[in-house]
Design a protein. Structure first.
Length: 296
């Protein structure tokens, strides 16, 4: 008998409907409204950063992070080959060149050793991607970045709630991004977040994401900006999801434990949880060694 298991099914059993109805009743359904700022503030507090800016999806979050750092044509950004295409697309949007590096065999995360080999005078940033909710070796990544005076942009699209040495992913980089797509650990339907501890970077990100609107003058746009804002409705869903994050994440880890237990006798490998790491197992994935065992 063949069983079909959904990749992910969002759990919307909290205050999602209540908060969305509040938006509808108030008529604040676009990028203005109380839920946007409340979600941003609560999210920043949850992971332990000073600033968070809600955006319309995870891909634009990456693009916003890159342009906030001033990355553009002639620059290089190091990114793992094993990642979702959005990581690479966002680099291409800026005119910079993605430089691909290999991943480690056990954790499937970016290889610090290969990062060192790929750095050139044009390298402006490293983009570690915490694949499947398992944190990268951020000690090594930060060390390399400091030695070479380059930025770190954490792609945390899959790692909300994951920790490296008891510290949340998204708190190590100069600037970091999250995705809240429908299959993510917490969702807003479509949405993302850009976070940082640097006030200057935060102000630049907010400026760019709001069509480049200047603070000092109404309808005065002093940079080429983008419409990357999160809606009040999406933020309402996100806030309700965030309220239940501490029950959602343990459930995901329990499911992973069961997979490991019952797949243990099969000729497959799974992502190893490294020491000093708390993985959220965003997606439990296996590695099949024999080509014949793969689906065509």
């Amino acid at each position: 008998m063949n069983y079909k298991y959904p990749v992910y099914r969002p759990n919307l059993s909290g205050n999602e409907k209540k908060y969305v109805n509040e938006c509808l009743d108030s008529t604040w359904i676009s990028s203005k409204g109380k839920f946007v700022s409340e979600f941003e503030e609560k999210f920043a507090e949850y992971i332990g950063v000073k600033y968070a800016a809600g955006v319309s999806n995870g891909t634009v979050a990456l693009h916003l992070a890159l342009i906030t750092l001033g990355i553009g044509p002639g620059d290089e950004v190091i990114v793992p080959t094993f990642t979702y295409i959005a990581s690479v697309n966002s680099i291409a949007y800026t005119g910079a060149e993605p430089i691909f590096v290999d991943s480690l065999a056990d954790t499937w995360q970016i290889s610090p050793e290969d990062v060192r080999r790929k750095i050139t005078p044009r390298t402006k940033a490293i983009m570690p991607v915490h694949i499947y909710g398992h944190p990268c070796d951020m000690d090594e990544i930060q060390k390399i970045a400091k030695e070479n005076n380059i930025f770190v942009i954490e792609d945390c699209a899959e790692s909300f709630g994951a920790k490296y040495k008891k510290q949340h992913t998204g708190t190590f980089g100069d600037i970091s991004t999250f995705s809240f797509f429908g299959n993510k650990t917490i969702t807003t339907g479509e949405g993302g977040m850009v976070v940082t501890n640097d006030k200057t970077l935060f102000d630049r990100a907010v400026h760019f994401k709001g069509q480049g609107l200047a603070k000092h003058r109404e309808y005065w746009h002093d940079v080429i900006g983008y419409n990357y804002r999160m809606t009040n409705i999406c933020a309402a869903i996100g806030l309700a999801q965030l309220e239940r994050a501490d029950s959602i994440i343990p459930r995901k880890r329990k499911v992973a434990e069961l997979y490991i237990k019952y797949l243990n006798d099969l000729p497959v490998e799974y992502q190893k949880e490294d020491k000093d790491v708390f993985s959220i197992y965003w997606m439990f994935t296996i590695l099949v060694k024999i080509n014949e065992d793969r689906e065509p």
